[in-house]
Design a protein around this ligand. Structure first.
Ligand SMILES: [Mg+2]
Length: 407
């Protein structure tokens, strides 16, 4: 089989770099994007200066503040980042149609098909890097390899601002001394188990037979076996991402009861997250729509720096937006709707927090039970208020506490 040529491009410290570009006085300072020090939530990006203090993406803001009290904390502006992102993909699409949008600032290019077009291949890749940097005013790192896994690992090696290629035949040497945490399949729990087995580097994994890995980690063990050897046959995902996913309900009779309205909203959020999970999508914008009994329609939206997929978190935001609209209203409602848009395929950084891993598993488990026994087999406490209205099957009554979903 012909060796593929996959290029991975990633903007360095994206949000922080954009902030520095917009306000050059921030240059050289530890910039942390994601929120103010006392706020809930995590840092979305830390500039390289801030990383020197031990701050990294995914870290709770309060912890970041403890480590780096002199840091410049910025809430961030999703609309601006999104504009830079669009520019990035416009530049990349000039070189090849085979581009996967892995996240706002991260792309895979498959140049295998274009190879005959470009006489000096490495020169072309340099040219892409140069064009992106010139047109965006931001530094990017580029990794080149025979598949997505190795290209991405090459980018980590190239950071910040470099270009690194895993050449044919050089895979083993490249992987051998990398820490196990650099493999995407290795979460915090897996790391703990491997460390107990005295496995710290990818090369250490080679000593474990496939069957042993499988007995330790199930199907993930197989994945690990292949990943540690640099084997990855995943194609680029270029199917277009839907613009948005939305769910809305027009009531048979106008509703005034706030608890019942919130129950409807919870139900809609729940319904909304199923297609997101199925397609591995995360939303940057959550929007709530209400229509009053006089037919006037109002919409509230929130832009999120870190995209979301979990039902509990989306519901919390939707509830907030809904109450802003409804609390000031003197009218009952005839419609409520929720929409997730600006969808991306990347996993949010917070996935590396243990609870997010649990969230994801919980989401998939819920989908499985519902797939088998019907939607009504698992309901949140809020949704239970709606039993009968939506014809949920009643014979099974597992109740899911919303609290455990939102934690
Ligand atoms: Mg980046």
């Amino acid at each position: 089989m012909r060796r593929r040529c996959i290029v991975h491009i990633d903007i360095d410290a994206f949000f922080a770099a954009v902030e520095e570009l917009l306000d050059p006085s921030l240059k050289g300072k530890p910039v942390i994007v994601g929120g103010l020090p006392h706020e809930r939530g995590v840092a979305s990006t830390a500039s390289y200066e801030a990383r020197k203090y031990g701050v990294h993406s995914g870290m709770p803001l309060r912890k970041a503040y403890q480590l780096c009290p002199n840091g410049v904390f910025v809430r961030g502006n999703y609309q601006i980042y999104s504009a830079f992102s669009k520019k990035l993909f416009r530049v990349l699409s000039r070189y090849t149609p085979d581009v996967e949008e892995a996240s706002l600032d991260e792309a895979y290019l498959d140049l295998t098909r274009c190879r005959p077009l470009y006489s000096s291949f490495f020169h072309t890749i340099r040219d892409i890097k140069h064009k992106v940097e010139k047109e965006l005013g931001l530094t990017v790192s580029v990794g080149v390899g025979p598949n997505k896994l190795l290209a991405k690992l090459a980018t980590s090696k190239a950071k910040p601002g470099g270009l690194f290629e895993v050449e044919a035949g050089g895979e083993e040497k490249f992987l051998k001394n990398l820490g196990i945490a650099s493999l995407p399949g290795i979460g915090p729990k897996t790391q703990v188990i491997l460390r107990m087995l005295n496995i710290h580097k990818i090369g250490d994994l080679w000593g474990l037979p496939r069957a042993t890995l499988r007995s330790l980690f199930g199907l993930n063990g197989d994945e690990l076996y292949l990943q540690s050897r640099g084997i990855d046959s995943r194609p680029l995902v270029m199917t277009s991402i839907p613009k948005s996913v939305s769910r809305e309900t027009t009531f048979l009779e106008d509703i005034w009861d706030r608890r019942l309205l919130l129950a409807h909203l919870a139900y809609l959020c729940d319904r909304l997250t199923l297609p997101l999970r199925k397609a591995h999508l995360f939303a940057h914008i959550i929007e709530v729509k209400v229509r009053y009994s006089d037919f006037k329609t109002e919409v509230r939206r929130r832009l999120l720096i870190s995209p979301l997929q979990e039902m509990g978190k989306i519901y919390r935001i939707a509830q907030d937006l809904f109450l802003q609209l409804f609390s000031s209203s003197r009218l009952s409602l005839r419609l409520v709707g929720v929409k997730a848009s600006d969808l991306v395929r990347a996993r949010p950084l917070s996935l590396f927090e243990p609870y997010s891993e649990r969230q994801e598993k919980l989401g998939f488990a819920v989908d499985q039970v519902r797939g088998k026994y019907g939607f009504g087999s698992l309901l949140t406490i809020r949704e239970r208020m709606l039993e009968g209205l939506y014809g949920f099957e009643k014979e099974r009554g597992f109740v899911l506490k919303t609290a455990s979903l939102t934690k």
